[in-house]
Design a protein around this ligand. Sequence first.
Ligand SMILES: [Zn+2]
Ligand SMILES: [Zn+2]
Length: 261
Amino acid sequence: MKKRLIQCLFNGLFCLFCLNLLPGCTTAEDELPHSSANHRLPVGASSTDFLSSDTYTSLTFEIQYPSGHRPNQALMDNLKNMSEELLNKPDGINIVQTEISSLNKDLYTLSDIRAIEDNNRSNFTKGGNLSAYILIVDGDYSVNNNSEHKTLGLAYNNTSIVLFQKSIEKNSGKVGQPSNRLLSSTVVNHEFGHLLGLTNNGTEIQSNHHHAEKGAHCTSTNCLMYYKAVTDFSMSDMIGLSSPKKLDAQCRADLQANGGK
Ligand SMILES: [Zn+2]
Ligand SMILES: [Zn+2]
């Protein structure tokens, strides 16, 4: 059986005045299994279940974070706004968050991340409620972690995302950087876009906008799913007044064709 492996990496490339976030994904194809009650499927496998109300009419995000790294309100508001705009979930979208103990590591491997989820995740897809898991870790990713490439977030299973809070904090909130609120919101919304099957990875494209050599990303520079999610930012971004980029019309059309609003 062929294996499907998808990794989305946010990489930061720095010059004096701009921050480039380069998510790089590698993909190998496989048939997608169907039940989202299984939370160990490939990224994109639950896209229809997120988008349509055929099987699941509500959605719960469970966010878990170590002490001192509670997500800011803007992150939750922006994630909820994006979900309400795109997903058919007539019975509501909720976010629950809990503090968990930290492994206190500087670098986290994918095995570490999966073990933390296995040991702590308490909300699972059940009945008509679909569950998504967002883990915040207080270290960097063990892969692509150098001065030129920083991984800020990763969608690693059909309903699972991890944010590397230390890398996000290092790359935000200072002069010449976007605000922490904008950067963390952009990372989580971009990674959630991958759980929705973007781009051409679980949700079929309706037009030619798949940036194939950059993985599961969109060719539009103005799209949340562009491989550089933050290419420039203004003073309002730096003080945290901006919202993350939205999906362009082409990604939006893909989601609508797969059951989305
Ligand atoms: Zn990506
Ligand atoms: Zn797009």
